[in-house]
Design a protein around this ligand. Structure first.
Ligand SMILES: *Cc1c(COP(=O)(O)O)cnc(C)c1O
Length: 387
């Protein structure tokens, strides 16, 4: 389906609301029926009917249709956060006694869900190095029910071979879930590659304006219907109609934001790669990356997120660099209009001397919608603090 059609027309019944270009926020918890027969009919078609906003809401429904179509899938659910989307989809896919295989270093709350919460309910998880498909097949057990992928992850950007893993999991009857937040539904076509469920934190690119927390689960009618009728309604982690409306507004400009961010990121990465204060750049789309061929095979967009190793281990210099930046804000998250920086040294107490998953010279950058010239000159002046 054409992206312009999806973003501008699909799902919008403008004659139902006075021809308004922007859809209304249907801020109602509840919907009334004139006859018993129509109420009965709504119960029968509960995944599509407008009955109660914990299930479906007309403003949210426009978003569901657009997100499913963007991913080339049949259906989508929108939730109150990306973490809720992942937890809802994972809990719907396992029961006590099952085994999960998850990529190593996934999003921190995905790891906690598996390592801590599901363990309490008798579900075990093996974390594997995602670089080879064999690392997964070797971890498969008779009770393996779910494979959780995140390609690339969002701090060191290792990729997994999605086509190979989806087909090998399918042959064994194992469900596949991917966190595709890094790439967006149009930057990496996971459903087309055979993945069963695609998760997004819509708080990032999909909303794109740093003013909404939301999440998405995308998949077939069958899988989404099953999740809707059980975990989605039971956990009840829905998005509000107002946040859905803000997200619809953000989504209209997704392709132009992506194009701009991609162009600027390439210019900034090229600048940093040649700079003496930068030891190396970790970027999924770097022509010198060991996984560049795989990136080109399965991703159609490079993204605005990457990390650098600074050419110093002196934490006070690294702190000075971060604090000297004017345009890059120091913050968690990413995917909005504003460029960001996230130093790994902030993850540990000041006097920490234990094992670090992420070394202190590692700094993550996110490129927003500012111009490449402004961002490069900001980095140039701040990098003088490093060496
Ligand atoms: C932010 C993020 C999440 C969690 O999303 P929230 O909307 O913050 O709950 C999950 N996965 C990735 C890769 C993220 O970046």
């Amino acid at each position: 389906m054409d992206i312009s059609y999806i973003l501008n027309i699909l799902g919008e019944d403008r004659e139902e609301y006075y021809g308004a270009i922007a859809p209304p926020v249907i801020q109602s918890s509840n919907f009334a029926f004139p006859t018993v027969a129509s109420l009965r009919g709504a119960f029968e078609r509960e995944t599509q009917a407008h009955l109660y906003t914990r299930g479906n809401n007309p403003t949210v429904e426009i978003l569901r249709k657009k997100l499913a179509a963007l991913a080339g899938a049949e259906d989508a659910l929108v939730l109150g956060s990306g973490a809720a989307a992942m937890a809802t989809a994972v809990i719907a896919s396992v029961k006590a006694g099952d085994h999960i295989i998850c990529v190593r270093k996934p999003y921190s709350w995905t790891e906690k869900l598996c390592r801590v919460i599901l363990k309490r309910f008798g579900v075990e998880t093996t974390f594997v190095d995602g670089l080879t498909t064999e690392s997964y097949t070797e971890a498969v057990r008779d009770n393996t029910k779910l494979l959780i992928l995140e390609s690339p992850n969002t701090f060191t950007f290792e990729l997994q071979d999605l086509r190979a893993l989806a087909s090998s999991a399918r042959q064994r009857g194992i469900t596949t879930i991917i966190d595709n937040t890094y790439s967006t539904p149009i930057g990496q076509r996971c459903i087309n590659m055979g993945i069963d469920l695609e998760i997004h934190s819509a708080s990032k690119y999909l909303n794109g304006h740093s003013d909404v927390i939301a999440g998405v689960i995308i998949g077939s009618h069958e899988r989404i219907g099953a999740i809707y009728r059980s975990e989605f309604m039971n956990l009840g982690a829905i998005i509000s109609p107002h946040d859905a409306w803000l997200m619809l507004r953000g989504l209209r400009t997704l392709p132009i934001r992506m194009r701009q961010i991609g162009e600027t990121t390439e210019a900034v990465v090229a600048f940093l790669k040649g700079h003496p204060a930068v030891r190396s750049v970790l970027y999924a789309w770097d022509p010198d990356s060991p996984q560049i061929a795989l990136a080109r095979q399965q991703m159609t967009w490079s993204g605005g997120l990457f990390s650098i190793h600074l050419a110093t281990d002196d934490i006070s210099r690294i702190e000075k660099f971060c604090e000297a930046l004017q345009y890059f804000k120091m913050a968690v998250s990413w995917g909005g209009h504003e460029s960001l920086i996230m130093p790994a040294c902030a993850f540990y107490p000041e006097s920490y001397d234990g094992v670090r998953t992420y070394p202190p010279d590692l700094v993550r950058l996110y490129i927003g919608l500012e111009s490449a010239e402004v961002l490069i000159s900001d980095l140039k002046q701040a990098l003088t603090c490093v060496v």
